[in-house]
Ligand binder design. Structure first.
Ligand code: C2O
Length: 547
């Protein structure tokens, strides 16, 4: 492989959407941010220079970071933030992965505007396991606030309330023609009849899972989270924040200038109100060379999308996702399990800080937790503290099971209060882990897109209601489960995942709905070094930011 270098200058830029102009944090003035194109086996060196007033870190979401944990990026997990006027060079290799991922800021809510695609091409001469597309197009979903997003989250965190909803969803940074004051702000994809396009779908939205569909066309899923899948054809895709999905779209023999909407809107089952608006981009068929002007009339054909809370569509769609599991791309599912864990994920309440008024029930704060522990961000990064054995930063007593048992998807327990802590689980090198993630309905059943840093995992089972440890494991798929880095824990249900802890470091696991991350739905795994030289985490780079 070769080394590819990128310069990321974090700087403010004025941007107008929905008829309002605001100054946003960008990379190099671009919104969405620059596309990183690399090849399996290459090294990346990305120099991030911080020229804004906020502390910044960048995370390369889904990149395995094998023994390069210092470059992973989550603030106060693998590094202290890059402060104003400082820089940090993220150095890592891309190994054993090919497909679509993305990068985003990993501190506070800066990822609202700091995000962009990562395209990993297969090694030279290695074809895709599907027909070579005519063109490849990133389609990045985002969320746009008219207000300053740092003010939105800071205000909510102070009062323990829910932050204001976004004003629009976006495709490649543009809300599209279905919003007021946005007719011209639409992403257009021009296609030629008979050609096949690879759409690299990325959900970079902060707080919403999305349905996506193209009017009058079908989509063939071929890859998810940079892992090839068994191809299947569908009218609609479901994609959680943190997930990426590659689909093939074949342009039909439509007349020139025919145009169709490609639209996305939320899948939402939670208790909260949500933004039920629709973002759209436009698929336009190439015009004849004889036609001088493109016509500018809006396309009328909108796709049909599932109802906002269509849980059964979600379950069916997710069960269709399967690894290729062939000799070229085997599914190395851990068969013998060393450690089993059951984690509940969901919302709860925390006491209001003294001398403050909070907006949760009975003067509490809305919060979120894993196994009832709402994560508290430490003052220095977990990985530094682990590597240099600094005491007092985190504890290693994260509960392996929920602290008390109840009917997770039925009547909530009487006490909805959570506890706080910076707790981790320590895993010896190469431990094979089975983890069941159980949604709770304490405040409301809700799908939580859980993201694990540093690993891919296999989704071996999912179900509705409470996980049944006696009968459910017998139904696990150990043959061709999907391998990925982010999975939607079903609303009012559970999902079981398996991974091998073959990557030493400190690895964050959290809900990729940013509001739930802010509320504490996160924890970390500490994976110890192995005994061989190539099983150890190297010391930190000399330019690692200091706290
Ligand atoms: Cu995409 Cu911890 O994040």
């Amino acid at each position: 492989g070769i080394t590819r270098r990128y310069n990321f200058e974090v700087k403010m830029q004025s941007v107008t959407r929905l008829c309002q102009t605001k100054s946003i944090v960008t990379i190099n003035g671009q919104f969405p941010g620059p596309k990183i194109v690399t090849r399996e086996g290459d090294r990346l060196e990305i120099t991030v220079v911080n020229n804004v007033k906020y502390n910044v870190t960048i995370h390369w979401h889904g990149i395995r970071q094998l023994r390069s944990g210092w470059a992973d990026g989550p603030a106060y997990v693998t590094q202290c933030p890059i402060q104003t006027g400082q820089k940090y060079v993220y150095r890592f290799r891309v190994t054993g992965q090919r497909g679509t991922l993305f990068w985003h800021a990993h501190i506070s809510w800066l990822r609202a505007t700091l995000y962009g695609p990562i395209i990993i091409l297969p090694k030279h001469g290695v074809p895709y396991p599907f027909p070579q597309p005519y063109k490849e197009v990133p389609i990045v979903f985002g969320e746009w606030w008219k207000a300053d997003t740092e003010l939105v989250i800071n205000q909510a965190m102070k009062t323990g309330s829910a932050p204001n909803l976004s004003d629009a969803f976006t495709v490649n940074g543009l809300p599209g023609p279905l919003y007021n004051c946005s007719t011209k702000d639409a992403f257009k994809l021009k296609v030629k009849p008979g050609k096949t396009y690879l759409l690299r779908l990325i959900n970079a939205a902060l707080n919403d899972e999305l349905f996506f569909s193209v009017a009058n066309h079908t989509l063939t899923v071929v890859e998810a989270d940079a892992i090839y899948t068994k191809p299947f054809t569908t009218n609609t895709i479901l994609i959680t924040p943190g997930q990426t999905t590659n689909v093939l779209l074949t342009a039909k023999n439509h007349h020139p200038n025919a145009s169709f909407l490609m639209a996305a809107r939320p899948y939402a089952t939670g208790p909260a109100t949500f933004d039920n608006t629709t973002t759209a981009a436009i698929l336009v068929y190439a015009r004849n060379p004889s036609q001088k002007h493109e016509h500018t009339k809006l396309p009328q054909l909108k796709p049909k999308l599932p109802f906002f809370n269509d849980i059964s569509f979600a379950a069916k769609f997710n069960s269709k996702l399967r690894s290729l599991a062939n000799s070229n791309f085997p599914a190395n599912v851990p068969k013998k399990i060393d450690r089993r864990f059951l984690f509940t994920v969901g919302l709860g309440l925390l006491p209001c800080p003294k001398h403050q008024t909070c907006q949760g029930p009975n003067n509490t704060m809305i919060a979120a937790a894993v196994n009832n522990v709402s994560y508290v961000q430490p003052k220095i990064a977990l990985l530094q503290s682990h590597f240099f054995q600094t005491n007092g930063v985190f504890t290693t007593d994260f509960p392996k099971n929920p602290p008390f048992k109840f009917n997770y998807t039925g009547t909530p327990p009487k006490n909805l209060m959570l506890s706080r802590g910076t707790k981790t689980i320590v895993l010896p090198f190469n431990t094979s882990v089975e983890l069941v993630l159980q949604d709770t309905s304490i405040i409301g059943a809700e799908s939580h897109p859980l993201h694990l840093h540093g690993f891919n995992f296999f989704v071996v089972g999912q179900g509705v209601g409470n996980f049944d440890s006696k009968n459910d494991p017998a139904k696990f798929n150990l043959v061709d489960p999907i391998e990925r880095n982010t999975v939607g824990v079903p609303s009012g249900g559970w999902v079981a995942i398996r991974f091998r802890a073959d990557n030493p470091g400190a690895w964050f696991m959290h809900c990729h709905l940013e509001v739930h991350t802010s509320w504490g739905l996160k924890m970390a795994w500490i994976v110890q070094d192995g005994t061989e030289k190539n099983q150890k985490l190297p010391p930190p780079p000399s330019d690692l930011p200091k706290c």
